[in-house]
Ligand binder design. Sequence first.
Ligand SMILES: NC(=O)c1ccc[n+]([C@@H]2O[C@H](COP(=O)([O-])OP(=O)(O)OC[C@H]3O[C@@H](n4cnc5c(N)ncnc54)[C@H](O)[C@@H]3O)[C@@H](O)[C@H]2O)c1
Length: 368
Amino acid sequence: VAREREQRRLVILGCGGFIGSHLLDRFLAGDEYSVEGWDRSARRLSPHLGHGDFTFHQGSIADAGAELTRAIEQADAVINLAAICNPAAYNTQPLDVIHANLFDVYPVVQACAASGTWLVHFSSSEVYGRTIASYLPSGGYDDPRLYEFEEQTSPLIMGPVSNQRWTYACAKQMTERLIYAHHKEDGMPFTIVRPLNFFGPRMDHLPGRDGVGTPRVLASFAAALMDRRPLMLVDGGSARRTITSIHDAVDAVELMLGQPGQSQSEFFNIGNPDNELTVARLAEMMRNTFATVTGDDSYRDHPMEHISGTSFYGEGYEDCDRRMPNIDRATLMLGWSPKRSVEEILLETVEEYVSSEAARPDTAAHVD
Ligand SMILES: NC(=O)c1ccc[n+]([C@@H]2O[C@H](COP(=O)([O-])OP(=O)(O)OC[C@H]3O[C@@H](n4cnc5c(N)ncnc54)[C@H](O)[C@@H]3O)[C@@H](O)[C@H]2O)c1
């Protein structure tokens, strides 16, 4: 059957990650897009391998060479998600983090610049670093101008070099600056996305099950609940985060791709200011959601322990105090606003963790 219009060609780097796998769900559901993707891992890709509009290359973008350059030349847009973006790595594998987020990405930026291909780059809200409020002796959390992040006006404030926790934020910032410089000097079309805590099913590995090492906070809590270990609250769980549904986030990317005139040359915070909570509150909500999903009320009193950031993450750790996005830009330019509540997001995510746990024969005993 002849297609009514040309398919748009996307290259997605890091397509096998959390965000990438959800973008594939959306883009391969219709016939508007064909996707050529790269990832080191195919762990989340089984539903998509074999799809007629999806070509997958397993391996590092650093080794992809001429095949990647050719794909970038032919693409309507490149979405770059490839990264090491796990806080547990920032101060323990700083060289890997800097390479993955800066040096490995630069050839992609250069190839986009050379062919004039639109680069949609996933950066991070971590580029903002800490808030101005956190440096004021009296705090400043009653004035949004001192803690809210706005794409074009907020300063980017990072801690000292010896706090290696900032390797990720700094590498992401430098990549943004390279992209912007190529835009200014070569006219390369770009969009920078700064995500704020996207949560949803398939987020991260669960240690001891489908991966090793400490995952991001949600999967760390889920694994501790399943293993009946205490939830570890780093520095008392006082850091505040805004939680965004992966589905709201995918809506934003779809709106960007559908409206290049509105999304090119823009930086977008993609986050949900209505879903702000402390990590301690997130831990409580995870306990309650586990109780609801499994029917086991003992999860509601599951133990929590406080631990210092240095003991949990090692030397050179320091947290962002608060991350409150201003999302006016995305609303104005894209017509996007996030819709899903934290309760809804956690329910969907925990249901998936619990059902995949139950489907694992060797670990089925962990969840009652
Ligand atoms: N999820 C969030 O809330 C969030 C927040 C801030 C920023 N981001 C950014 O969004 C992007 C995607 O995040 P995610 O949550 O999907 O992370 P993820 O770790 O689930 O996915 C990243 C994927 O990139 C792949 N990858 C890494 N280096 C690669 C390389 N050299 N070659 C090929 N593949 C490589 C990994 O195998 C992984 O599948 C990252 O750039 C991340 O920094 C995400």
